[in-house]
Design a protein around this ligand. Structure first.
Ligand SMILES: [Zn+2]
Ligand SMILES: [Zn+2]
Length: 461
């Protein structure tokens, strides 16, 4: 940067800072995100993207789009890969309850994560440079909001800034319709236009599909829950400690890509017993391949599922005076030291084995009950309805429940570390990326995801 540029950008920064302070005082969400309107970076070019709007099947179609100039803290990323997240099904395929209101009338590129190469940055961006390889994280981390400062980057308050008033147009359709990026990401396109808070630079030569897998929202959540410094420990100010310790007994409820990443994370963290629970046989077999020591079919076990996990968690003996685990008692006796709950509600009836409860409530309750007194449970799913728990277990049962985004992972701290697990061969991305498809086949691949006939679909661009 020469002296004149430095002077100009300092001047624009001062100007922007004042504007942003004014916007924040007024509580104006869009201006908090699109801080500066000065010093635009012109990157206009055409690209293809899947645009969703309206209702019902057919709401998502492929379009030629023209990129708008970027500004402030915006970042343009040339997409290499993005995962087709189950939670996005309603919005992409027009199934389920997860879309509606004003957002459904806007032309929106769906997808909430991906990996790629930075093509352009706004004048205020510091975190990444043009040419960097990045993960566009489904969970942002600004580093300076209340939640980030108290150690809860998974709850970064920018995450809540993605309503219809928060989104900014990033491109135009041929007829001039403005196009927005879902979650400020919009992974289902050749370009993602996001903000600095959402990007994490990663320094790796991994293939696009492998990197897309490990950086996906679901893998970050599963690996984050099982290999990151635990949320409870962070809040106690102890400096952090993983919740899964060497020798732990771990149960994973739901073996989609999130649960199967959790199985791998538990293995990486040194768990001695990993019990993988899923109604789909293929997924149980995959769980064994990537690190589970036992599998259980919740349909076959029925009401006995929790008891079966307790049996498998008792260890070699039950002599209480010799460190043994109790096998009964008021508080539920033995159980898993750590439970990862990753089941959730069905968005459509599966075309493989269906689970015992399409709302996801039963597996959630079972996950809580199978946790040992003194153990930890991390919940990650999107169930439907209300949860009823045995009240005594809840009040004095000694289970610590962690609820959060991304399994409690802190994106800037943890995503580069998770990429290292891929690069060192500890995380098996290929086993979980059961469909790797080009942009044009996105809709068919999404159907395989929603009907659960594939585990994970990674779209490469
Ligand atoms: Zn997701
Ligand atoms: Zn934040």
């Amino acid at each position: 940067m020469d002296a004149e540029d430095a002077h100009a950008s300092r001047r624009s920064l001062l100007k922007t800072g004042l504007a942003a302070a004014g916007a924040a005082a007024l509580g104006s969400a869009p201006d908090v995100l699109a801080q500066s309107r000065s010093a635009s970076v012109s990157t206009a070019r055409r690209f293809r993207g899947w645009v969703s709007r309206g209702s019902g099947a057919g709401r998502t179609t492929l379009h030629d789009l023209t990129l708008r100039p970027i500004t402030g803290r915006q970042v343009v990323v040339r997409t290499e890969a993005t995962n087709l997240c189950y939670s996005n099904t309603g919005a992409v395929l027009g199934l389920g309850p997860n879309f509606g209101g004003r957002l459904s009338t806007m032309a929106l590129i769906q997808g909430h994560g991906g990996v790629g190469i930075v093509e352009a940055v706004g004048p205020e961006v510091r975190r990444v440079q043009v040419g960097d390889r990045v993960c566009v994280s489904g969970t942002p981390q600004c580093g300076s909001c209340y939640q980030c400062l108290r150690g809860r980057a998974d709850m970064c308050q920018f995450l809540g800034r993605q309503g219809p008033d928060d989104l900014v147009p990033i491109a135009d359709m041929r007829d001039g319709t403005p196009v927005y990026a879902n979650s400020h990401i919009g992974g289902l396109a050749e370009l993602m236009v996001t903000f600095e808070e959402w990007v994490v630079p990663v320094f790796t030569k991994a293939s696009a599909a492998d990197l897309g897998m490990v950086c996906s929202c679901v893998a970050v959540a599963g690996l984050g829950a099982t290999t990151s410094q635990g949320v409870a420990h962070l809040r106690q100010g102890s400096g952090g400690q993983a919740l899964v310790e060497p020798g732990s007994i771990v149960a994973v409820v739901g073996c989609g890509p999130l649960g199967l990443s959790g199985v791998q994370g538990a293995r990486i963290s040194g768990a001695s017993t990993i019990i993988a629970i899923d109604p789909v046989r293929v997924r149980r077999e995959l769980a064994m391949k990537v690190g589970a020591t036992h599998t259980l079919d919740p349909n076959a076990e029925g009401d006995k599922l929790v008891e079966r996990v307790r049996e498998l968690s008792r260890g070699p003996h039950n002599r209480l005076w010799a460190g043994g685990r109790d096998s009964g008692g008021l508080l539920g006796g033995a159980g898993a030291d750590f439970v990862l709950e990753a089941a959730g509600a069905d968005q459509a009836p599966p075309r493989v084995e269906a689970g015992p409860d399409p709302t996801g409530i039963l597996p959630l309750r079972q996950a809580y009950e199978m946790c040992a007194p003194g153990g930890h449970i991390v919940t990650t799913s999107l169930p439907r309805g209300n949860l009823t728990l045995p009240a005594v277990l809840f009040t004095i049962g000694g289970r610590t429940h962690h609820a959060g985004q991304a399994g409690g992972a802190s994106p800037m701290r943890d995503i580069p570390r998770l990429v290292e697990l891929l690069d060192k061969g500890q995380y098996n991305a290929k086993a979980l990326a059961t469909s790797v498809i080009p942009l044009e086949q996105m809709l068919q691949a999404y159907e395989a995801v929603v009907y659960r006939t594939t585990v994970t679909a990674i779209m490469t661009v």
